[in-house]
Design a protein around this ligand. Structure first.
Ligand SMILES: *Cc1c(COP(=O)(O)O)cnc(C)c1O
Length: 495
């Protein structure tokens, strides 16, 4: 399988290892395989009796043809080990006859990004070897919370790599801050920045673009790389759990083999839902993809009228991992339905004028598979309460956005297929907002007290990674100015 850039470069001459090592294509586009491999009905059937790791090695192997099945199985077994994910990395929960959830938060940081960030470092290290790279990689991450911690857990003690994370000191929750400040591992560095997320992000971008830093790092036999969601190595592991969930629904007798389902995904950067679209193109029996947004509903508007307009107010919501105005992975969908030339034009328009509108035929093709629905803050809170009281099931704020969208989808479209709602975070990761939603009012208490209060109220257990963080030693107390980020990078490499 060869790879190509969504904006034209490479003409299908590079391998998956190269795409994973580079992250972003040199023309600013994203890597995509030149064709979408198929998953035949026989192959799908043969995976029913396989475990998650075998399913992962098989599916990922269809895209990473320069990796062997044995390599991929070893990586999956390391990534989704029982000590990290328990017995089932991505279990399906039946909410009622029409709705199931796919729980993607049983990993070490209790959010769905673990599903990709546990295996990607392993794929990345192999990519270095396969491309003949002898330097060490320094992974730089700017984070507003979830990604930083998940990347730290994924790259900690992975040989041939170091990881450094920058977060805005007042821009993450108290629990998220503790998770990062207590991070263990020999190859990790965590720095708080005086500033907001954009300051951290711009600082990282500046370091990536700085030739002097690049030369200094090169002297230390080091090069920079990133772990963000546009890397193909993060996207491809996400295809696996859609296939796996479908098979589990067949095994449990909730659908017949071959029966179509609809999938509803709480969406930010469009990575997770796009992975489901690939699974559908491969042949997984999925009909509609419901793209659920919070009040940052740029994608809802796009899926209603074909116009993408990033020039709008940004809202900080209780589902912060979906507070995004530029959904980077949408570019991959545009590439598939409109081709490279059009995609490059749209992206040019987006950066020059802040918006683009796709042509009618392209819009119609997107509409065949996607429906956009958004949920406001009041409805999100209300959904958490209703689902807990009526279904005895506790969900986090992001999952609630999708749950509400799924229910609205079923009633509006009189949908008869089973709907799989993707659950992206443990309710304990956003315990304070979940607690207040259940109580129906605002309380003034500290973030770090919330997990215990939620546990007392609902009689459910705090996941170990979150309960243990309060007792852990702070290893990374530093707060630095944004102008000191370059030096922090060079100091870390000199260590
Ligand atoms: C990152 C994230 C999302 C959004 O996923 P995308 O792939 O960016 O669309 C949703 N929920 C949670 C909890 C997340 O961490």
């Amino acid at each position: 399988m060869k790879y190509i850039s969504t904006r034209g470069k490479y003409e299908g001459k590079v391998d998956a290892a190269y795409a994973i090592k580079c992250g972003l294509a040199e023309d600013g586009g994203l890597f995509m395989p030149t064709e979408i491999p198929t998953l035949s009905s026989d192959e799908l059937q043969s995976l029913i009796n396989k475990n998650y790791n075998e399913r992962a090695a098989f599916i990922i192997g269809k895209f990473l043809t320069d990796y062997t099945y044995e390599e991929l199985l070893e990586d999956a077994e390391g990534a989704y080990a029982k000590e990290k994910f328990g017995d089932f990395p991505a279990p399906v929960h039946k909410v009622d006859d029409s709705i199931h959830t796919l729980e993607l938060w049983h990993g070490p940081t209790c959010a769905f990004k673990d599903m990709a960030l546990q295996i990607m470092p392993r794929l990345f290290v192999r990519a270095l070897r396969k491309t003949g790279e002898s330097r060490e990689a320094l992974i730089l991450v700017a984070t507003s919370g979830d990604t930083g911690k998940a990347a730290l857990e994924g790259y900690r003690d992975v040989s041939g790599t170091k990881i450094q994370v920058f977060y805005p000191t007042d821009g993450v929750s108290a629990v998220q801050k503790l998770q990062m400040q207590t991070q263990e591992g020999k190859n990790v560095s965590v720095k708080a920045i005086r500033g907001n997320f954009d300051d951290a992000q711009n600082g990282v971008k500046r370091i990536f673009a700085d030739a002097k830093t690049e030369a200094l790092l090169n002297e230390k036999n080091t090069f920079l790389s990133s772990a963000n969601s546009i890397n193909w190595g993060r996207l491809v592991p996400q295809i696996v759990y859609y296939v796996s969930a479908y098979l589990d629904m067949v095994s449990s007798g909730n659908i017949a083999f071959g029966e179509k389902i609809d999938v509803c995904v709480p969406t930010g950067n469009f990575g997770n839902i796009f992975a489901c679209y690939i699974a559908k193109l491969m042949g997984l029996p999925v009909e509609k993809l419901v793209c659920a947004s919070n009040v940052n509903n740029v994608l809802t508007e796009f899926l209603e009228c074909g116009r993408y307009n990033k020039l709008r107010d940004f809202h900080a919501t209780i589902s912060p991992s979906m507070d995004i105005l530029i959904s980077s992975n949408l570019e991959r969908l545009l590439y598939l339905v409109a081709g490279q030339k059009k995609t490059a034009e749209y992206m040019e328009l987006l950066s020059s004028s802040g918006e683009y509108t796709v042509e009618k035929d392209i819009f119609e093709r997107i509409k065949e598979s996607f429906i956009g629905i958004y949920t406001d803050e009041a409805e999100t809170k209300n959904t958490i309460k209703r689902i807990y009281e009526n279904k005895n099931y506790l969900i986090d704020t992001h999952t609630a956005v999708a749950m509400s969208a799924a229910m609205r989808y079923i009633s509006t479209y009189k949908a008869e297929r089973k709907v799989l709602v993707v659950s992206t975070a443990s309710p304990y990761k956003f315990a304070k907002d979940v607690f207040m939603s259940l109580e129906g009012k605002v309380f003034d208490f500290h973030d770090t007290e919330a997990p215990k209060m939620l546990s007392d109220l609902t009689g459910t257990e705090i996941p170990t990674p979150l309960s243990s963080v309060l007792a852990k030693k702070i290893l990374h107390p530093d707060i630095i100015g944004r102008e000191d980020m370059d030096n922090a990078v060079l100091d870390f490499v000199a260590d």
